[in-house]
Ligand binder design. Sequence first.
Ligand code: ZN
Length: 282
Amino acid sequence: MRDMNVTRVGAARVAILNAGDLRLLFSEEMAVPESEWRPHYADLFERPVSCPSLSVYIEHEDVRLLVDANDYRATVAPDSPYAIAGYTPPPDIPAQLASLGVKPEDISHVVITHAHWDHYAGVTRPAGDGFAPTFPRARYFLGAADWADAELQTALRDQTSLEARTLGALQARGILRLVGEREQISDSVEILPAPGETPGHQIARIHSEGETLYVIGDLFHHAVEVEHPDWMVTWASAGAMRETRRWLTRDALAERAKLIAAHIATPGRIERAGDGLRWKDA
Ligand SMILES: [Zn+2]
């Protein structure tokens, strides 16, 4: 199927699913002065780029984990600043899972890397006069600091908001677990707090038969941020982001780990490049 990419990490089966491409304009979204990007990155910054909105499905022993679940059709209207003119998104995430032989009720865990709509809009679906979990047997994991965020709490009070229909509906059913520290899902799969993009941003680490994969959410939006660890989106918390990038790149380099970022189309690895680092497509 188009946009689907199945690979292995040790004994784990890993599939990359794209909910749909988003239009991003880095000159507006990145907190990088024009004098810094203009000399070498004008093409990347001054024209809109098309970035996927990825979910990652991981199957290992009893675990059927989905990291992030966007719902493109529910969130990107044709007049949205994120919409690409003339673009038709792929089938939704449940349909892409079905083509892998995975049913919604098979999913055991859903890790929401952070409380931005492009990472959770698909965790529920319309059912009767309300909203029901898209993956009815799963437990859902969200960073506690994202849940506590004042803007999110305000949005939850409006029953018609996206936040209330998704995260609020999960919480009301008692199936949303708020994660404050490192949490083991199984012997091979864990959730690691990785603040910066948001206070509660978290990533998943899979380790099997000597191979390691990190599903890193929005720790990097583009490979250029690996070379420039101080380059980040305007809404990031700079100190937290630098510190998370520091330990993640250190560990990923030592483990020769594979990385999958939510908005980078291809999995990659961290490589040394001179005094710094770079992203190498894997
Ligand atoms: Zn995102």
